[in-house]
Design a protein around this ligand. Sequence first.
Ligand code: HSE
Length: 444
Amino acid sequence: MKPIQVGLLGIGTVGSGVFNVLARNQDEIRRRAGRAIQIAAVADLDTARARAIVGEGARVVADARELIANPDIDVVVELIGGYGIARALVLEAIAAGKHVVTANKALLAVHGTEIFQAAAERGVIVAFEAAVAGGIPIIKALREGLTANQIQWVAGIINGTTNFILSEMRDKGLDFDVVLKEAQRLGYAEADPTFDIEGVDAAHKATIMSAIAFGIPVQFDKAHVEGITKLSSADIRYAEQLGYRIKLLGITRRRAEGVELRVHPALVPAKRLLANVEGAMNAVVVHGDAVGTTLYYGKGAGSEPTASAVIADLVDIARLMDADVAHHVPPLAFQSHTLAAAGTELPVLPMSEVVTSYYLRIRVADEAGVLARITGILADAGISIDAVLQREAEEVGGEGSVQTDLIILTHDTREGGMDAALAQIQQLPTVLAPITRVRKEALS
Ligand code: HSE
């Protein structure tokens, strides 16, 4: 069969990985795909760098539109990133009848509905395994391997930068700012790490997994997004003493009333495999009604791990591109015309309706009755306490003011109820500092 002709938009870290892995494993890939996969052209503003990577193996152009207009190209691989020019080029490639492979989670989480609809109308495939958890085939698992299941929840460590920072904070007892600087120096964190440390990158990925797990439209605007910048090493230490690790989790859960879609730091029992995912690694746990709990672990970023996912998509396209459109796998696992109605039936719930348990750290004056007043407010709100830890009191300021940290773990409760109770507790004159609240996930 005729080789499929691929055009790469952007040849940075991932693009060069795709080029190298395709060259190295070409025989096996051809045997799997049933035809060869050739990079015919590369578009990159830095044509000298692109030429240095591809040599004489592919045509190099500066203008992405020249590549999209080339009738010999079957598949466009978008590795530019962001929502701006990438969105325009992906839509143009679809309009030109090209299949598209993208690693761009931000683009799909925000503009996925528009892009998938355009692809369906034009009869082309949009594939995006590399957009979530890099080399881990989690999209394939959710969309195809688990297709028999009613998926109940998905929870993952889906941002390597923040997992690296949290691992270092725990290992070395250092604060966030110190570890972030070190991570930047070592190249684990970008010069502008905002999307990673504020949870946005993880929320893009959680949004995509939520849509595939539950057959609803991508709705990044409804995701709750909270990063790790406010975590202190004290909370990581206290969590450890109570048998937990703090991880930045992307969570999506189906409930009768709707879908939870949230990214935030969470205490995870130390005995869970997810709690032991360290450094820049990623892992995703999926719970389905038939299969039970399954775990996927691996590298969530990097040149060849991400290339592994991009090439898997190219192989899928090579196998399906001549098939009737009705035989294409729907990009979000469910037949596209069912998504909008499912989205109405299963709305993304506001954070006040989320049900979870909590770790609270409350700085209090060490006086008689303080604990009783706090637990009284929680009891009145119907919030049940799981454990209490009180640290040794310390004298502050040398004037006899004795303070202590009170750590409270609660059972499951509605977030709106917890917000109201915490607002009341914060008003107590014996509560001396803003209360720290971290959610707790049993993942059982
Ligand atoms: N910046 C991401 C991470 C990798 O730290 O995991 C790409 O999504």
